[in-house]
Design a binder for this molecule. Structure first.
Ligand SMILES: [Zn+2]
Length: 231
């Protein structure tokens, strides 16, 4: 049961193809695991197709988004069946990785397997700290994506953020800020959030972590390690 989801603005930006590669990977990963957000994303994609087809983006009324989404939802699957959602324009707008699939029996969603080179057993871990390993996946300027593996009960260094951080749980769980995050849950953190995620004691915790700017570590060891680990 997924209880933490991305903001609708992020789903809309993903549908419009305007996110960087690392953030797109986070969205593709969450959508693979979350049917509720897939439905919202499909609405936005259909909406994008409608706007492109009608060339109406410059003349929108303030309530156009809600009104058009209402029309799409009222039409049920009719919009998708009409081919609007799968028009050539919408396909070009779709970011890479674009795979929105169900997770099946794999631990890693398909978009992640493309970067890892297989399911979780194929991951090549590097030590990051006591009980913590990572596998960098994308380093694109300030933006980065990595898998994190945290031993049961261990914690990541306390840190805050220069930019945005998205964390998605793939295995096990972690707690941060009084909340619990499980498989498929997505946590968003920005410069206002300082947290120290602690892995659940029942299993190792594996997460996808995406940042668009360096983290700010609250302790000396974290700051000393930062240049070596590239976070
Ligand atoms: Zn969701």
């Amino acid at each position: 049961m997924i209880t933490h989801h991305p903001a609708e603005e992020l789903l809309a930006a993903y549908a419009a193809g305007s996110l960087d590669e690392a953030t797109s990977l986070a969205m593709a990963t969450h959508l693979t695991l979350c049917p509720a957000c897939r439905a919202v994303h499909d609405d936005f994609e259909a909406l994008g197709g409608v706007l492109v087809c009608e060339n109406a983006a410059d003349t929108l009324k303030p309530d156009a988004l809600a009104a058009t989404l209402g029309m799409i939802r009222a039409a049920g699957s009719g919009v998708a069946d009409s081919g609007v959602a799968d028009s050539g324009v919408a396909t070009v707008m779709r970011p890479q990785p674009s795979t929105v699939a169900t997770a099946g029996s794999s631990l890693l969603p398909l978009p992640l397997q493309y970067y890892v080179g297989g399911d979780l057993a194929a991951a090549k871990w590097r030590p990051l700290g006591p009980g913590i390993h990572h596998m960098p996946l994308i380093a694109d300027g300030a933006a980065s994506a990595r898998l994190l593996r945290i031993a049961p009960g261990r914690s990541v260094f306390e840190h805050s953020h220069e930019g945005n951080e998205i964390t998605i749980v793939l295995r096990g769980s972690y707690s941060a800020g009084g909340e619990n995050f499980r498989r498929g849950d997505l946590e968003m953190a920005d410069g206002t959030v300082s947290h120290r995620p602690v892995a659940g004691s029942e299993d190792i915790c594996v997460c996808l972590a995406v940042t668009d700017a360096p983290l700010r570590f609250g302790n000396f060891l974290g700051r000393v390690m930062q240049p070596f680990i590239g976070i």
